[in-house]
Unconditional design. Structure first.
Length: 312
């Protein structure tokens, strides 16, 4: 029962406390480690792609063993398990930052909205107009429902805090190293491929949950064929699924020309191309994301409880 109690308490703490900036956070430590690991990986005699693979496997193993040691401590192990589970989830923070950008847009404070958005996206935000900010926010909120909450919660329920933090290590490496630019294409290849594999099932669970939540909220029904067809257009094997679900359910477009690192990239359109995101649709998206996250949380816990009853 402790195994099932920790994910529920962690999800509740995440929605309540968000990500207190003054608290220590393991992702910051992982990022600090990666910044110091990069020059070592680039200077080692191994092929760059192989060096990146060893970095992914080695750091994930070290993090997993460290988490296992912490949660196995007598008396305080349960506390560490709960804290590490809470720290690995970010639905509350995602919704908080999304609401902040929407509020700044409603106040016509575009400079502040761009600054707030820059913490959520990897694209260039300096030249985004009001519609561009809204579309970028919608894409980020949709995609990050999986990356920030569903995938880590999935591994928390299935494999405990160790599984969650192995996933978070790979995900953090992908976000820092997994770019397809000349500087990162080889070193970040293993991190990007590992993240694709680990997020494959959670991304599809996320999309299906968003379709179900959209039906409950009275938004237009999304056919699974249309969802699959739209998601298949995207370059990423996973990111397109929650994005397509949101775009089709709320009938607003995602994609189009997008600037990354000074270069414009043409992304495939998801949803109706000429339907812009409005403040109301962004509020609807935040409701959809919250309901989807809560539904997945409850569903995974019930499945785990059913497995316990079946085998014990």
């Amino acid at each position: 029962m402790i195994w099932l109690t920790i994910p529920l308490l962690a999800a509740a703490l995440d929605l309540w406390l968000k990500d207190p900036p003054q608290w220590p956070h393991p992702v910051r430590l992982i990022g600090w480690t990666l910044n110091r690991l990069e020059p070592l990986a680039r200077s080692c005699p191994l092929p760059t792609r192989l060096a990146g693979l060893f970095c992914v496997a080695g750091l994930a193993l070290i993090v997993g063993l460290t988490v296992h040691a912490a949660i196995s401590l007598p008396l305080v192990g349960w506390f560490f398990a709960l804290y590490l589970a809470f720290a690995g989830l970010a639905l509350g923070g995602l919704l908080q930052e999304g609401r902040r950008v929407v509020r700044l847009l409603s106040e016509q404070n575009l400079d502040a909205a761009r600054m707030a958005l820059s913490g959520l996206v990897s694209r260039d935000v300096e030249a985004l107009d009001e519609n561009g900010i809204r579309r970028a926010l919608a894409e980020s909120i949709s995609e990050n429902l999986n990356d920030a909450f569903v995938a880590p919660f999935f591994y928390l329920v299935c494999l405990g805090p160790v599984g969650l933090w192995v996933y978070k290590t790979v995900s953090t490496m992908d976000s820092m190293w997994g770019y397809k630019t000349p500087a990162w294409r080889e070193l970040g290849w293993a991190a990007a491929r590992a993240d694709d594999i680990l997020a494959y099932l959670p991304a599809r669970i996320t999309a299906l949950a968003m379709v179900a939540a959209a039906n409950l909220l009275g938004y237009p029904s999304v056919r699974l064929f249309d969802l699959h067809e739209a998601a298949s257009r995207t370059e990423s094997p996973n990111a397109g699924w929650p994005m397509a679900a949101a775009a089709l359910a709320l009938q607003a477009g995602m994609g189009g020309p997008t600037r990354y690192f000074g270069q414009t990239k043409s992304k495939p359109w998801l949803g109706p191309e000429n339907a812009p995101w409005t403040d109301q649709k962004l509020h609807d998206l935040l409701r959809l994301v919250l309901l989807s996250g809560l539904g997945i949380c409850l569903g995974l816990i019930l499945l785990a409880l059913g497995a316990l009853l079946l085998f014990f």
